[in-house]
Design a protein around this ligand. Structure first.
Ligand SMILES: Nc1ncnc2c1ncn2[C@@H]1O[C@H](COP(=O)(O)OP(=O)(O)O)[C@@H](O)[C@H]1O
Ligand SMILES: [Mg+2]
Length: 260
């Protein structure tokens, strides 16, 4: 089986106005990813860790063909990332809660199904199922602005799963989420992984990566710094905790023994 993700030599320069016939912007030439290679096996639970600005969202946007890449090649289960086939294989829950304020919960799911070419009956069945799984059935007719923060997060995840993608990408799904909802989201995501879905999760919570992911890639300034299991990272950096390994990998000299 081809890998869920095969990324070779991926570079992204923001504000690169070359060929667009306009004046360079103030961000001209900002390099967010530099020759990144990454391979994620089908069925993996993969964590992408790195500080703010490391390039995690850029990497995801490249995979999902939401930005124009500067160089490199990205394949999703063997399909070129800019193909329709690849798009259907991926479900994305973005970092920003980007729900349409004029759609209620059911419509949010049905419109998404339509966008992904699901026929009406299938979309209806799947929407009902998603509302049940994510405990949103009682809110089917409620628009996004009237949902609680937790409900919005759950709807974002439900929407990402509507078209039954084989690779689910979650960009900081638990940022600014309370403890209970975090545990709840972990439970959903674990179940999904248990059903055979490949998961790519970005987070800056080290304990989350350690708890959930079989494999972790550390990225900094648009480059891959390390890639291993939590256990492997600890031993590679001679660390007793993942936090310590992380700080060493990122080149910090801080004493993080207090984190143990
Ligand atoms: N649209 C954009 N235009 C210019 N620079 C951007 C844009 N999006 C992100 N960047 C820059 O690219 C770098 C990586 O950002 P991002 O991928 O969002 O990082 P992360 O998700 O790891 O926090 C940051 O320095 C950010 O400011
Ligand atoms: Mg981000």
């Amino acid at each position: 089986m081809p890998p869920a993700l095969d990324i070779r030599g991926l570079s992204k320069v923001y504000g690169d106005a070359r060929g667009l016939g306009r004046r360079p912007s103030s961000t001209e030439g900002f390099s967010a990813l530099e020759g990144l290679d990454l391979h994620v096996e089908a069925g993996a639970f993969f964590g992408l860790l790195g500080p703010n600005g490391a390039g995690k969202t850029t990497l995801i946007s490249a995979v999902c063909n939401l930005i124009r890449i500067t160089a490199g090649e990205v394949r999703v289960f063997g399909e070129p990332h800019d193909s329709l086939a690849a798009r259907r294989l991926i479900g994305l829950s973005e970092q920003d809660v980007n729900l349409d304020r004029f759609l209620d919960v059911r419509e949010t799911l049905l419109y998404h199904g339509g966008y992904y070419g699901m026929d009406r009956d299938r979309a209806r069945r799947r929407a009902r199922e998603m509302m049940e799984v994510f405990d949103l059935s009682g809110k089917a007719g409620v628009r996004a602005p009237k949902l609680s923060g937790g409900m919005r997060r759950r709807l974002l995840l439900a929407r990402a799963l509507m078209h039954e993608p084989r690779l689910v990408i979650l960009d900081e799904p638990t940022a600014a989420v309370d403890f209970e909802l975090r545990l709840e989201l972990w439970r959903y995501i674990r179940r999904l992984h248990g059903e055979g879905t490949t998961i790519l999760l970005t987070t800056h919570y080290l304990e989350e990566a350690e708890e959930l992911c079989d494999e972790i890639a550390l990225i900094r300034s648009g480059r891959l710094v390390a890639r291993d299991s939590a256990e492997g990272l600890r031993s590679a950096y001679g660390a007793t905790t993942l936090s310590e390994a992380y700080v060493r990998a990122m080149g910090g000299q801080e004493d993080v023994s207090f984190l143990a």
